[in-house]
Design a protein around this ligand. Structure first.
Ligand SMILES: [Zn+2]
Length: 158
């Protein structure tokens, strides 16, 4: 093929078909480990505190986004949060219809920068932004130090 020839069929280019294997291991990091240990052992949600900026971050992190200081202090996230956004999933990631819709929410907390995306434990027709929620944790003996130690967020008063 020359520069004067054009093709819209990518298979005409020299190519090899195949699959490339790639395995990834993600660690939770220093701040994440602190968060998950507190969640598992104490049932508490921790945010990372920047004392210089007077900011608390969720998810927990090791450095301040504003001043780049190393964050060594943690504060407990308020028990009650607010749903900032919701989404109802009716198909899985491959497009297969779910037997039951799943409700997901971005939950924020007063005074905390950021928030958590997790299941919202309400029927789809009750899912709405502004809902006051609290985390529903697995029993202590069942917690393993993972985000799934939180079963989801349920409306306050339920
Ligand atoms: Zn800072």
């Amino acid at each position: 093929m020359t520069f004067l020839e054009r093709t819209t069929d990518a298979r005409k280019f020299r190519h090899w078909e195949g699959n490339m294997e790639a395995d990834y291991i993600y660690t939770s990091g220093v701040a994440g480990e602190r968060f998950f240990v507190a969640l598992r052992d104490e049932g508490r949600l921790l945010a990372s505190r920047c004392t210089a900026c007077d900011l608390d971050y969720l998810p927990a992190r090791l450095f301040c986004e504003d001043c780049f200081a190393e964050l060594t202090e943690s504060v407990e996230v308020p028990r009650e949060g607010r749903v900032a956004a919701v989404s109802v999933a009716r198909v899985d990631r491959t497009g297969v219809r779910l037997s039951l819709p799943q409700v997901w929410a971005f939950v924020t907390f007063r005074g905390i920068r950021g928030g958590l995306v997790h299941r919202l434990l309400v029927p789809p027709d009750r899912a709405r932004a502004g809902l006051a929620v609290r985390p529903k944790l697995k029993p202590k003996g069942a917690r393993v130090g993972a985000i799934t130690d939180i079963e989801g967020f349920e409306p306050v008063g339920s």
